[in-house]
Ligand binder design. Structure first.
Ligand code: NAP
Ligand code: MG
Length: 403
């Protein structure tokens, strides 16, 4: 169409739930479709449609992501027992993010958006700290049990080739206690390391990896060694990009991150990533400023906001009350997908549009127009906050003037 910027290849669009679904359609109507001629492969991952399709739609969306390579996803409900009742579901469907992650075999990177008048809690942080979380194994796929009487706990490995079993004593219990077994695989750790290296190369930022190999010489040492091997393989590219790889003890990494001014990818083992991503998100200000991208080892990208469906705000909205929900991370999911699409397609106009929209969002907040979550931490302080639609409207008005 004339006047619009053409996006050469399709983007997979995954719609979602509750307050973020409301924001989603506002963003699309006001900030995307008026300016871009774009082929969106639409999948409705809203809870009702997942239930109607017996969750087939989630698998279809993941396969479309594999085919087209770039997608953007709205937050979705992961149903628990209460949600099954609330939405009258056939069953407790699995987490859509978990399903998509396992089909793409990806690593999740979380990156905060930095805005001048929203100072981070850690004053020294000037550049984003990106967390790359290994999303397979360790305590998330463990077996564990409470020991209720004296006895011995052992690890037994039975080789499939019939060779001799290996038996390791864990502890001789004199009374009550607890025991856990966990695992990881070389293939998963290797693809995690590769994804992290690729991401750091793409963003031209240093890569840090922390573990506790002084205590866990085998388990954590395994991660350290595989990381080192993959870094060695990518040595030339790392040198060309002018970036560095650092291995640190995890406690040293925590101290160094706090003392730094940011600007690195911090690769974390599964549990460390779970905990540290919440610490870093809160440290930078608001969940509404945290973006998330799933990157597969073969270079497929899915962009989303790190937060959920903001259910408390949605219930207010349903009562007819005004809301002030931050749409920035959702807007940046769109711009992230557009910029990546443009980069892969070699269409600089699309990349330029994405960067322009990001700048306008940041300048809108810097001019004092922001939602309530940001107003509470803004410096200099602002007197009033914008409603959900008002903020998106203000961004749209600036965008129309700029294009
Ligand atoms: P949430 O949606 O992240 O919201 C938690 C609280 O954080 C909100 O109540 C709000 O605080 C604040 N918040 C988060 N995003 C905000 C935004 N954009 N603007 C302003 N405030 C924001 O988490 P939840 O309420 O625990 O979970 C709701 C649903 O989301 C659940 O069904 C869960 O399964 C799902 N979920 C989905 C994803 C995903 O799809 N990636 C991720 C996480 C959770 P106040 O209430 O204090 O204003
Ligand atoms: Mg967590």
């Amino acid at each position: 169409m004339s006047g619009k910027i053409g996006v050469r290849s399709p983007i997979v669009e995954m719609d979602g739930d509750e307050m973020t679904r409301i924001i989603w359609s506002l963003i699309k109507e006001e900030l995307i479709t008026p300016f871009l001629d774009i082929d969106l492969k639409y999948y409705d991952l809203g809870i009702k449609h997942r239930d109607e399709t017996d969750d087939k739609v989630t698998v279809d969306a993941a396969n479309a992501l594999k085919e087209f390579g770039v997608g953007v996803k709205c937050a979705t409900i992961t149903p628990n027992a209460a949600r099954v009742k609330e939405y009258n579901l056939k069953q407790q469907w699995k987490s859509p993010n978990g399903t998509i992650r396992s089909i793409l075999d990806g690593t999740v990177f979380r990156k905060p958006i930095i805005i001048k008048n929203i100072p981070p809690a850690v004053h020294k942080w000037k550049k984003p700290i990106i967390i790359g979380r290994h999303a397979y194994g360790d305590i998330y796929k463990n077996v564990e049990c409470v020991i209720d009487r004296p006895g011995s706990a052992e690890i037994v490995f039975t080789p499939a080739d019939g060779s001799e079993k290996a038996v390791l004593n864990i502890h001789d219990f004199k009374g009550r206690g607890v025991v856990m077994g966990m695992h990881n695989t070389e293939a998963s750790v290797r693809s995690f390391a590769r994804s992290c290296i690729n991401y750091a190369l793409g963003e031209r930022i240093d890569l840090w990896f922390g573990a506790k190999d002084t205590i866990s010489k085998q388990y954590h040492g395994f991660f350290r060694d595989i990381f080192a091997e993959e870094v060695e393989k990518a040595k030339d590219k790392i040198q060309q990009a002018g970036i560095q790889y650092r291995y640190l003890l995890i406690d040293d990494a925590v101290a160094q991150v706090i003392k730094s001014d940011g600007g690195m990818l911090w690769a974390c083992m599964n549990y460390d990533g779970d905990v540290m991503s919440d610490l870093v998100a809160t440290g930078f200000g608001s969940l509404g400023l945290m973006t998330s991208v799933l990157v597969s080892p073969d270079g497929k990208y899915e962009f989303e906001a790190a937060h959920g469906t903001v259910v408390r705000h949605y219930y207010e909205h349903l009562k007819g009350n005004p809301t002030s929900t931050n749409s920035i991370a959702s807007i940046f999911a769109w711009t992230g997908a557009l910029a990546k699409r443009g980069e892969i397609d070699n269409t600089p106009d699309v990349v330029k549009f994405a960067k322009a929209l990001e700048n306008i969002v940041i300048r809108t907040v810097e001019s004092g127009i922001m939602t309530k979550d940001l107003m509470l931490i803004a410096n200099p302080p602002v007197a009033q906050y914008a409603r959900t639609e008002e903020f998106i409207g203000a961004v749209a008005e600036r965008l129309r003037k700029a294009i």
